[in-house]
Design a binder for this molecule. Structure first.
Ligand SMILES: *Cc1c(COP(=O)(O)O)cnc(C)c1O
Length: 395
């Protein structure tokens, strides 16, 4: 159990397991331990549970049951989408289009495909983090197999023009994949209406456990598996099913669907309040991401003259969990490649903090952050040579 004193505002990194998800999973860690491939009663009850979960996930994104493949993570789903489609089409075409701001599981899959001989175009984004449809149109070639553009970015929350991209690709012989890990449960997603061919989702970003993900694959889409074996998941992902994880993802999907509107309202209310009050109380900062076309509850702010890492640590001392895209937390010392692609100035890139609000956060928690943050920033700036120089010049 999380200590009561913790204010967890890092829901884009992972989320707390929903109590109802936990309740749904428990029997599958106890009596219901069957293997869905077994023909006896114990196997069949597990098989039934997997079927129910598949329906729940399909429902959430307006897909059919047999269009959902369970995987081990969002990362695996992204690998399967890119490498599986590339492999299937390698004798025909060799070009893939994605963006500079994708999750590493897309970017590093794309880099690997480049080493295997595929050509990859990485689309730019504007200062709000949105891809340019005109650039996408220009980059499409006769050899293009697949376009992969994330639904919403995990760092700054910008939502991409998914509907327009779907329209553009609809009548072309090009597959459209979207990594919707950050959009699920915070945005209505109708795969059919949006002309999406493949869509990635992950359990632990929507209050299910870690180590379970899914890939939506539109009927008729031919794709090679990455994992070969006993033929589970329509021969696209062999290995005995993670039944407890699958049951958990199914339940989380059902909850996300039932509460979509109220969850969006809740995240937006708290996110807007946090953003507004921070801007009111603290000078020298900018919002990263699109001013309004953003996932609700994602507030990514760069504070000038301070290091994001220091802010994060000071907040942590107060029991407030946030994340930073800037130096030191990541293994490389480079600031966020996402903010870099958006053309942010270096003084801002180092001081970025992402508050990502979740279903279980309360207004009271947000008020606590609003109350504590100005002093933390002020104290850190007092220690900053850059800030003192600026204050000196003013006088
Ligand atoms: C978290 C995340 C992933 C990876 O999902 P895992 O289940 O943690 O592997 C992929 N894409 C985005 C946008 C994410 O935020």
């Amino acid at each position: 159990m999380t200590a009561k004193t913790t204010i967890y505002l890092d829901n884009s990194a992972t989320t707390e397991i929903h109590p109802k998800v936990k309740d749904a999973i428990l029997p599958y860690l106890e009596d219901l331990y069957g293997n869905p491939s077994s023909l006896h009663a114990k196997g069949q009850e597990a098989k039934k549970a997997v079927k129910t979960a598949r329906k729940q996930v399909a429902n959430l994104i307006d897909a059919d049951e047999d269009e959902i493949i369970f995987t081990g993570s969002g990362t695996e789903s992204n690998n399967l989408a890119l490498k599986g489609i590339a492999s299937k089409n390698k004798n025909r075409k060799n070009h893939i289009i994605t963006t500079k701001i994708e999750h590493k599981s897309i970017l590093n899959s794309a880099r690997w495909l480049e080493r295997e001989g595929f050509k990859v175009t990485y689309l730019d984004v504007d200062e709000n983090g949105t891809v340019n449809l005109e650039q996408l149109k220009k980059e499409i070639r006769p050899e293009t197999i697949l376009v992969s553009v994330m639904f919403a970015n995990n760092e700054m929350g910008t939502i991409q023009p998914i509907k327009e991209i779907g329209e553009l690709l609809k009548d072309k012989d090009i597959y459209f994949h979207t990594d919707a890990v950050q959009a699920i449960g915070k945005q209505p997603i109708d795969t059919k209406g949006l002309n999406i061919d493949l869509l990635t989702l992950s359990g632990h970003k929507i209050h299910a456990p870690k180590g379970i993900g899914a890939l939506y694959i539109k009927k008729g889409t031919e794709i090679d598996p990455l994992i070969h074996g006993g033929g589970q998941e329509q021969d696209l992902r062999s290995g005995t099913e993670n039944v407890p994880g699958i049951v958990g993802l199914g339940k989380a999907a059902e909850i996300a669907k039932d509460n979509l509107e109220s969850n969006i309202d809740h995240l937006r209310l708290l996110g807007d309040k946090l953003e507004k009050e921070i801007f009111k109380n603290i000078p020298d900062l900018i919002l990263n991401g699109h001013p309004d076309n953003r996932i609700p509850g994602n507030v990514n702010i760069s504070f000038k003259y301070v290091e994001g890492e220091s802010i994060m640590l000071m907040l942590d001392c107060e029991g407030i969990c946030v994340s930073t895209g800037s130096a030191c937390t990541s293994k490389s010392l480079k600031p966020s490649y996402v903010l870099d692609a958006m053309g942010k100035e270096i003084v801002y890139m180092h001081g970025s903090i992402r508050f990502s609000i979740g279903t279980f956060n309360t207004e009271e928690e947000i008020d606590t952050v609003i109350q504590k943050l100005p002093k933390i920033i002020k104290d850190l700036r007092t220690l900053s040579p850059l800030y003192n120089e600026k204050e000196f010049k003013k006088k």
